[in-house]
Design a protein around this ligand. Structure first.
Ligand code: FMN
Length: 197
């Protein structure tokens, strides 16, 4: 059994480190046999309007911007999420929150793993803590141990996108294994429930 995972990026800064982090986490999950799609708000196809209406607030479906529908379809099909965010002023990145707030039922009873990072030794832990109640309100279950990646810059990765520090590789392995465990457990529970109907 494998999972369909959507990784949502938070940074839209030029020269960001977030892309490297998202790619490496996605690659690690793909190496475990899962399908991973990265929703990168820097890419044209995933650029959403600043939140005015949630997807279900549109009176007429033909008014919904194509990017909103595109991400909705990905989210509906997702078994699990990875939320990748830098710490900006002790909170999560606005582009991540903007993406999250456009949707609601698409998250119900799905697992979400939080990945935070920062240039400082804190690894974005404060942003991760701020994200937990948001995830809970959106009806997702966050994995017990977020990945907090400290002291990270683009030069923390080699030319093929692998972290130079073996400790970072180990941390990503532990984080993705836990996400996999909870994701599969929830998927099995849903399959068992569906089989009873
Ligand atoms: C607006 C802004 C706010 C930041 N606030 C924090 C912070 O609260 N704590 C921290 O450790 N680093 C903070 N930083 C530094 C980031 O950790 C660092 O710039 C990181 O590379 C941002 O991720 P990105 O390159 O993927 O955008 C901040 C950076 C920016 C641009």
């Amino acid at each position: 059994m494998s999972l369909n995972i959507v990784a949502v990026l938070g940074s839209v800064r030029e020269g960001r480190v977030g892309g490297l982090i998202g790619e490496y986490v996605a690659k690690t999950l793909a190496g475990k046999g899962h399908t991973v799609t990265i929703v990168d708000p820097m890419k044209e196809e995933y650029k959403l309007p600043l939140l005015d209406k949630r997807v279900f607030d549109y009176a007429d479906a033909k008014d919904i911007p194509p990017s909103v529908v595109r991400i909705q379809k990905l989210f509906q099909a997702a078994d699990a999420y990875v939320l990748v965010t830098p710490e900006y002023n002790s909170n999560a990145a606005p582009a991540l929150l903007n993406t999250l707030h456009h949707y609601f039922p698409e998250y119900n009873r799905k697992v979400a793993g939080i990945v935070t990072y920062s240039i400082s030794g804190g690894g974005g832990r404060i942003a991760g803590a701020a994200l937990r109640p948001v995830i809970a309100q959106l009806q997702m279950i966050s994995t017990p141990n977020p990945l907090s990646w400290p002291n990270v810059t683009p030069s923390s990765f080699d030319a093929s996108g692998v972290p130079k520090d073996p400790l970072s590789v180990k941390s990503v392995e532990a984080f993705t294994s836990e996400l996999e465990w909870f994701g599969l457990a929830i998927k099995k529970a849903k399959d068992a429930e569906a089989a009873k109907i």
